[in-house]
Design a binder for this molecule. Structure first.
Ligand code: ADP
Ligand code: MG
Length: 323
């Protein structure tokens, strides 16, 4: 069986995009990096993905390529939500054994995602244990322009990018097998989320608050509301759905699933009223769907309506430590 150094050499050193400002990358005790410029601030985030918690157990039907892609994409999504430009990332990988086929696929997916975002792998750690992948991403943003959760104000419009619910619908389909329509498309959305990096950059100095949707729209929007000390009215029927979900017969139930479920990795953001025309332009330029789904209100309530009728959700969002 190959050892730790060979694993790093064979699968994590070659073929990744080179980074800006990497003085010393993989191979020494630590990486040495040059900060982009005095006009920038550094943005750092870290996410752990655990087998059986954040993704289904690996078996013959799952592909390590997809897992490699997803591990980095969900981290990039946090940079997108801050309006940051990706620079570098580290990878701490714990795995039960050194299966070279698995490593080839995993590092292939990781490399693909890294190339798309032009982010360099600058170091990490490799050990034996349960399958757990921790990635730390580092990016930069012009001074004072990071998108925070705390700037939403009453009267601001609430937007989401892309469409919601596909990943949650796919996870649900694993539990209650039976309904198999369009599963491949939904599955792809779970394994290959697109971090909205270009949108995040465009939202600098435009959005009053932003967050990426990892735990579900309602749960993540509530985080903006708490950080900004405001409330919101959501129009459930405005929630953008992908075609496969929009076709489903129980529309209201599907919408509730889409706003409660997680793993979308779209951006939810708020903008002042005057900026709506600008957003329509951005939608064209970036070729991405931007949907207005509600409005920020005074107070601290999140009220949800389905065609003007108040509705409640039984369960919203993924939480590790609370019910
Ligand atoms: P140390 O014993 O000092 O922690 P390691 O043998 O763990 O050193 O790592 C050697 C080099 O390889 C370091 O530069 C480290 O950052 C890098 N590295 C280790 N594991 C990975 C990995 N999974 N991906 C990328 N780089 C890694
Ligand atoms: Mg080490």
């Amino acid at each position: 069986m190959i050892g730790e150094s060979e694993i790093i050499e064979r699968y994590f050193r070659e073929g990744f995009v080179g980074g800006r400002g990497v003085m010393t990358g993989i191979g020494d005790d630590a990486a040495v990096l040059r900060a982009p410029s005095d006009a920038d601030e550094i943005v750092i985030s870290c996410d752990t993905l655990i087998e059986g918690v954040h993704f289904p157990k690996q078996d013959s039907t799952t592909h390590a390529t997809d897992l490699g892609y997803r591990c980095l994409a969900v981290n990039l999504s946090d940079l997108a939500a801050m309006g940051a430009d990706p620079l570098w990332f580290t990878l701490a990988l714990s795995m039960p054994g050194a299966d070279e086929n698995w490593l080839r696929e995993f590092s292939g997916g990781l490399r693909e995602c890294a190339a798309e975002a032009n982010i360099a792998l600058i170091g990490g750690d490799t050990c034996r244990g349960p399958l757990v992948c921790t990635i730390q991403v580092i990016g930069s943003v012009p001074k004072g322009q990071a998108l925070l959760r705390s700037g939403a104000a009453a009267g601001d419009a609430i937007y989401v990018s892309g469409d919601l619910g596909a990943a949650a619908a796919w996870l649900q389909s694993l539990e209650n097998d039976g309904d198999t329509e369009d599963l491949a498309g939904l599955e792809r959305k779970f394994w290959r989320p697109t971090a909205q990096l270009a949108l995040g950059k465009e939202l600098r100095q435009r959005a009053s608050a932003a967050i990426d949707i990892s735990d579900g729209l309602v749960c993540d929007l509530a985080r903006i509301l708490r950080a900004s000390n405001v409330g919101a009215k959501l129009q459930l029927e405005k929630t953008p759905l992908c075609e496969a979900l929009a076709r489903r017969s129980e529309h209201e139930k599907t919408l509730k699933m889409a706003v409660a479920g997680g793993d979308d990795y779209q951006l939810c953001f708020t903008v002042s009223r005057g900026r709506q025309a600008e957003l329509a332009r951005l939608e064209q330029e970036l070729n991405i769907r931007l949907t207005r789904i509600g409005e920020i209100t005074e107070g601290d309530n999140l009220e949800i309506f389905y065609h003007d009728r108040p509705v409640s959700l039984d369960h919203a969002g993924h939480r590790h430590f609370t019910e």
